[in-house]
Ligand binder design. Structure first.
Ligand code: IPD
Ligand code: CA
Ligand code: CA
Length: 274
């Protein structure tokens, strides 16, 4: 990510951009860039140590841990008053006005198998609402980012969601939850139903990239059950700043969302949430 200075200057030159956000954004870019370097140090290399968490499908690697350790240390040094929610180490329970919501490596299964769809996802919430989001996929060289009220960008260019309205022409992403073998509410019946209606269904394996690709119009919609806050904090801001509508679809399954371009939303609602 050689263009951080340019990305920041674009915001500095934007009328009405709040100056206090420049340092926060600079911090988010710096953390994302360094986390990406850590990912690439291990990606497709024989030195990648990995273990499993909840079950054999839930993988963690030395890269997840090293990237998170770097990010936490950076936040403690530069933003000591801010709270943190991070996947590998949990959260501060004290209320803080500002809170960083961090997935140090989203798409770990891809990463550990040598597949390139993985990223670091960094959201910054202010009083519970995400105001800054950076999702950086280092192998793909894609940095998606947004500041609330100032649009969404990919590598310096503004992005917008697609305008397709017909399911038969839509390419839609989804996922299958880690607890699929023990919980029958596992999205498989929804996938079989939707797969017959859509042009194509995709399982990328990174919720943050799914949201960013919906933001950029590469996917027309995305839905998934049983995600965590760190999977979607940055991505939902980036998507909504690009015009995507984000809706919670369940209250009993952790973070479960439908993200759709506005034109496709009625059909997604009708067929997915029946
Ligand atoms: C996972 C990915 C995946 C989604 C899982 C997430 P991780 O995150 O985002 O696409 O289906 O629910 O947990 O474990 O790679 O950080
Ligand atoms: Ca994740
Ligand atoms: Ca992760």
């Amino acid at each position: 990510m050689s263009s951080i200075t340019q990305y920041l200057n674009d915001y500095r030159n934007q009328p009405g951009f709040p100056a206090e956000y420049i340092d926060l954004l600079a911090g988010a870019f710096t953390m994302a860039e360094k986390a990406g370097e850590i990912h690439l140090k291990y990606f497709r290399k024989p030195n990648l140590k990995q273990a499993t968490k909840l079950n054999d499908s839930d993988v963690v690697t030395v890269a997840d841990k090293e990237a998170e350790a770097f990010i936490l240390d950076y936040i403690h040094r530069h933003f000591p008053a801010h709270g943190i929610i991070a996947e590998e180490s949990g959260c501060d329970h004290d209320y803080r006005e500002w809170c960083w919501v961090v997935d140090p490596l989203d798409g770990t299964t891809n990463f550990s198998s040598g597949l390139p769809a993985f990223c670091v996802s960094i959201g910054l919430e202010r009083n519970g609402e995400t105001v800054v989001g950076v999702v950086y996929a280092p192998y793909l060289g894609e940095c998606f980012y947004a500041v609330k009220g100032f649009g969404a960008r990919l590598n310096g260019s503004t992005i917008h969601c697609s305008g397709k309205s017909e399911l038969s022409k839509a390419v839609v992403a989804t996922g299958v939850p880690y607890d699929r073998t023990v919980n029958p509410d596992n999205n498989l019946s929804e996938i079989s139903r939707m797969a017959l209606l859509l042009r194509a269904i995709r399982r990328m394996g990174s919720a943050a990239i799914d949201l960013c690709y919906t933001a950029a119009g590469y996917f027309d919609a995305y839905w998934e059950l049983n995600l965590n806050r760190w999977d979607i904090s940055a991505g939902t801001l980036i998507a909504s700043e690009a015009g995507v509508i984000i809706e919670p679809i369940r209250s009993d399954r952790n973070q479960s969302i439908l993200a759709s371009n506005p034109s496709l939303l009625p059909a997604m609602h009708h067929h997915l949430l029946q």
